[in-house]
Design a protein around this ligand. Structure first.
Ligand code: NAD
Length: 329
């Protein structure tokens, strides 16, 4: 079978790297990224992937790219803290980015477009587990956090309306709390790990007290990166209908349960002190998997994935990599 040509935007980021790696086993993959959060160093051992430094806001540069069968569009400014601190940049990359990428997709007659949206578009959903039919919304336009979901909602609308009648197939992916090794520093697991690292004096003390956001009863439905990549490729390649698809698992974990699991993995005692939850922070989010499971049921590797991730971050902080904590990372 002839190999497909695939473009992954934002491909040096957390999800993009793992996606490009798996896609490159059967296809010819090109990754573009401006390395705001990602980096090309990760690809040192993957010589079969073509890498290009390219900002998706730069249409001239995009025009120089060749033709592709499939485009996975992941480039976006991710990381909750970034939504609060850099809302303008989040919107600019989101909006200019999707308009440019859609123009590119149409000009180059791409066959399949896979746009990465987010569970954030549900805000605080009315129904849990939340199906793809749930109302999407911006709960407080004045809160900078919602720059991210605003950018994603616009990106979904552009995808649907600009590709209507073109014959180009599209899938909109809404990932829910994907975690794994090397996911950046601005998510729950790396932040909890950093607090433990500091409080335990580099994991020397066996009993620590850490402050968390909220009371610990908030939930997330975590999904290990390898599982998320498999679900995404399945949706892209095996499902014929255009549409919107949750990616993740319907199993909710309370933050305090997550910390208990980390405690066990690290063989430590972790006492949790409640803190204030950030404005716009979500109490509960969990995807319904009904739509995708009509086609296939996926195994959930949360426990083994968590173990790998915890050990990875322990080593990462011990090796003093925290100095690389740049503005957007
Ligand atoms: N990780 C999750 O749990 C999760 C959840 C929901 C949605 N998503 C979405 O999935 C996609 C990938 O997420 P991730 O966790 O890998 O985030 P990430 O930040 O690791 O990856 C995004 C990549 O986009 C790149 N980028 C940013 N601005 C760019 C620009 N102007 N031009 C080119 N590249 C640019 C960054 O450098 C980074 O490598 C994103 O669209 C994100 O919004 C992720």
């Amino acid at each position: 079978m002839k190999k497909k040509r695939i473009l992954v935007t934002g491909g040096s980021g957390f999800f993009g790297y793992e996606l490009a790696k798996l896609l490159s086993k059967k296809n010819r993959v090109t990754v573009i990224d401006n390395n705001l959060r990602g980096n090309f160093k990760k690809f040192e051992k993957l010589r079969n992937i073509e890498l290009m430094d390219c900002d998706i806001r730069n249409m001239e540069k995009l025009n120089k790219l060749k033709k592709f069968d499939d485009v996975y569009h992941l480039a976006f400014i991710n990381g909750t803290e970034n939504f609060y601190n850099h809302p303008k940049a989040v919107l600019e990359v989101g909006i200019k980015g999707i308009l440019n990428i859609i123009e590119f997709v149409k000009k180059k007659k791409v066959k399949n477009f896979i746009m990465f949206s987010s569970s954030e578009v549900y805000g605080s959903p009315n129904i849990i587990p939340t199906s793809e039919k749930e109302i999407i919304k911006i709960e407080d336009i004045f809160n900078p956090r919602f720059s991210y979901s605003a950018g994603k909602i616009i990106s979904e609308s552009v995808t649907i309306n600009y590709l209507r009648g073109t014959g180009i197939k599209y899938k909109i992916i809404r990932p829910h709390n994907i975690f794994g090794e090397n996911m950046g520093l601005k998510h729950v697991i790396p932040q909890v790990m950093y607090k433990i690292f500091k409080a335990s004096e580099k994991f020397k003390l066996k009993k620590v007290k850490i402050k968390i956001q909220g009371n610990g009863n908030e939930t997330r439905a975590f999904c290990y990166i390898n599982d998320a990549v498999k679900q995404t490729i399945f949706i892209s390649e095996k499902i014929k209908e255009n549409g919107i698809f949750n990616v993740g698992f319907s199993k909710e974990t309370k933050i305090k349960e997550l910390i208990k699991k980390i405690e066990k993995i690290l063989n430590m005692k972790i006492v949790v002190q409640q803190g204030k939850i950030k404005d716009g922070g979500t109490l509960r989010r969990c995807p319904s998997q009904k739509k995708v499971s009509r086609y296939k049921k996926f195994k959930n590797n949360f426990e083994s994935g968590l173990k790998k991730t915890i050990y990875w971050y322990k080593n990462f902080y011990l090796e003093d990599n925290i100095n690389n904590n740049e503005l957007y990372k």
